[in-house]
Ligand binder design. Sequence first.
Ligand code: FAD
Length: 416
Amino acid sequence: MISPVLSAASRPYIAASVPVLREHGVTITRCFYQRLFAAHPELKNIFNMPNQQSGTQQQALASAIFAYAANIDNPEALAPVISRIVQKHVSLGIREEHYPIVGKHLLGAIAEILGAAAIPELLAAWAEAYGLLAAALIAEERKQYQAHGVEPGEYRSVTVVRKQKESDSVTSFYLQATDGSTLPSFQPGQYISVAVNIEQLALRQLRQYSLSDAPDNGHWRISVKREPGNAATDGAAAGAHPAGLVSNLLHDQYQEGDVLWVSPPCGDFVLQQEDRRPLVLISAGVGVTPMMSMLHSSLQQSPQRPVNFLYATLNGRHHPLKGELNNLRRRHGQVRSHIAYEKPADDDHLQKDYQQQGYLQLAQLPDVLLPHDGSYFLCGPAPFMQIQRDALLARGVAEHQIQQEVFGPSLLQHLQ
Ligand code: FAD
């Protein structure tokens, strides 16, 4: 998709930036966002503002710029990263005119933080590198918007036709087009962005939610975990964090009959139906949502394909879509499941409800659950995915057999 042909004059300056970005990347991106929002406060409606406060967005952007600089001669390594960014941008409704604004403030931040070290040749090299990247993203995003038949930033109105509690912390919302039309199909594993107005901040906020049911069912379904926050302290103490904005609003204020505005289905963490290798779905917590869509879809489209469903959660009270999984397992002999409960509740029964107590330990599982020729999908908290990925690699599963989805800004560690 992208083959940045950076001029010979710029190349050494970008290469020399790699150690600088490693050291100052987050300071530069922090400065960038401050400049950006001071000049364009309306862009706060596109960015996730709590991620700004917690610093994760600054880290994610710094890691993306670092990865770009470090891999500028390696388009094969950049391609999957670019593809993921394009998908996210399309779900956020990023428009062509946003790119020069971002470029201006990014260069301004580099100049401000590096001071005298930001010589004109270095700034010119970064202007060129940013321009190449922006052109590639704009071209690809244009194609995606056209394929979805939407204008950049155009959202669809959907009505909540059913609201269903799935566990103590997760609730599903079944959505249908408000105008009565049929919602487009999607690839299992994809997500939509949901746009919600946050009155107390006078802001619109966008959050991504994976579609948790099979495509072409006459509805879309999202399953949302309430982020309660940690109210035990005054908010200044270490570990304290406020309640999630959008998840709580959806749980508390959106009822059947209410309307939501959503993006087209996006994302490249998707099931390939033509892949006939055994499917292994490994998730934790609310990371189960894309897995349920993949499970339903695989059973419908490839009834012979074996599916292993491995899942970790706290206990049965925090086990969303449990009944749905059990029904599918009973009806389809090719589904094997393995459930780990960290702290089983009194009414959870070993073997019947869960097969492992404590964390999900892949090293203890038989090959039948983790076949060498499997196609692996991972979704859950970042530390969970890192542990499971390492465990799979240690068992001889190859990198290219593993795909993963991060439910937040990605730090692109595998490129660094
Ligand atoms: P936010 O207000 O965005 O806060 C997020 C977290 O940061 C909270 O835990 C909050 O306490 C903490 N926080 C906020 N401010 C600070 C601060 N100043 N300092 C420290 N911590 C802070 N979620 C689902 O429930 N289901 C899904 O299927 C799902 N799919 C996803 C798919 C993708 C591709 C992605 C990227 C995300 C997905 N998510 C999913 C996550 C979802 O998009 C939201 O991030 C989640 O609902 C939290 O949003 P929120 O507005 O409630 O919380």
